[in-house]
Design a binder for this molecule. Structure first.
Ligand code: PLP
Length: 236
């Protein structure tokens, strides 16, 4: 997606507007949606511009890249989220540093997070990543596998499971992503009906630069937006 014109601050402001409009269109409370800036590859200076413009939630994909940014932007009100593929050996350093891990994509990873959270004496807030398109290139729980996984996940008391996250297969238009977003919402509802005591499914992390408005219409509580704030990322 091409960068929108204007400064980072202009783009952040118009995103907040668009999100509010999408929420209102869907009869939702605008404050139920949080704009999470996906800041991978973006310099501290540019991330700071976004924070100065009102961004409170920042999402990073890689621990090494995130640590210096967390340090540099350590100020009141900034909340860090881990949104990338998480390797087991990195779990120890991620637990407790990020408010929410959005990308819990297997039971094995969930177990390791629970183990490290216990060692650190805390509960870690997490979302379960769902592979909606059944893509072999992506991680995540198969939708049909989650119902069975849930009672097992429920045993990990150090995991504060708050909901679901998904990165749907690429679509040509935002509208074509709608069935995936709807599917994630319905899945969360079905899992809530299972009634596991430690698990709550109120958060839906879905929607990126090209389709966040549709995701909000379908119930997103976090949209993860990179390009539409910071411009096109440099490769490599
Ligand atoms: C990079 C990234 C985003 C943001 O993608 P854009 O298309 O640049 O908005 C969202 N979620 C995850 C997991 C990402 O890695």
């Amino acid at each position: 997606m091409d960068a929108e014109p204007g400064t980072i601050a202009d783009r952040v402001r118009s995103l907040f507007d668009e999100i509010r409009h999408a929420a209102v269109r869907a009869g939702r409370a605008p404050e139920s949606v949080r704009l999470l800036a996906a800041s991978k590859t973006v310099s501290v200076e540019r991330v700071r511009e976004a924070v100065d413009a009102g961004i409170r939630h920042l999402g990073e994909n890689r621990l090494q890249e995130a640590l210096p940014k967390i340090e540099a932007l350590d100020r009141e009100g900034v909340v860090w989220h881990f949104i990338g593929t998480l390797q087991r050996r990195k779990v120890k350093s991620v637990v407790g540093r990020f408010e929410t891990i959005h990308s819990v994509d297997s039971l094995v990873l969930a177990e390791e997070i629970a183990r490290q959270a216990k060692a650190a004496g805390l509960r870690q807030r997490v979302l379960l990543e769902v592979n909606l398109g059944g893509e072999s290139s992506k991680g995540g729980f198969a939708p049909a596998a989650l119902a069975q996984a849930l009672p097992l996940l429920n045993e990990f008391e150090q995991l504060d499971i708050r909901g679901l996250m998904a990165i749907p297969p690429p679509t040509a238009t935002a509208e074509e992503a709608r069935p995936y977003f709807r599917q994630l919402r319905e899945l969360a509802q079905a899992l809530t009906a299972q009634g596991c005591r430690n698990i709550n499914m109120q958060e839906l992390s879905m929607g990126m630069s090209h389709d966040y408005a549709v995701a909000v219409e379908e119930g997103a509580t976090y949209v993860r937006v990179g390009t539409a704030i910071f411009g096109v990322r440099q490769l490599g």
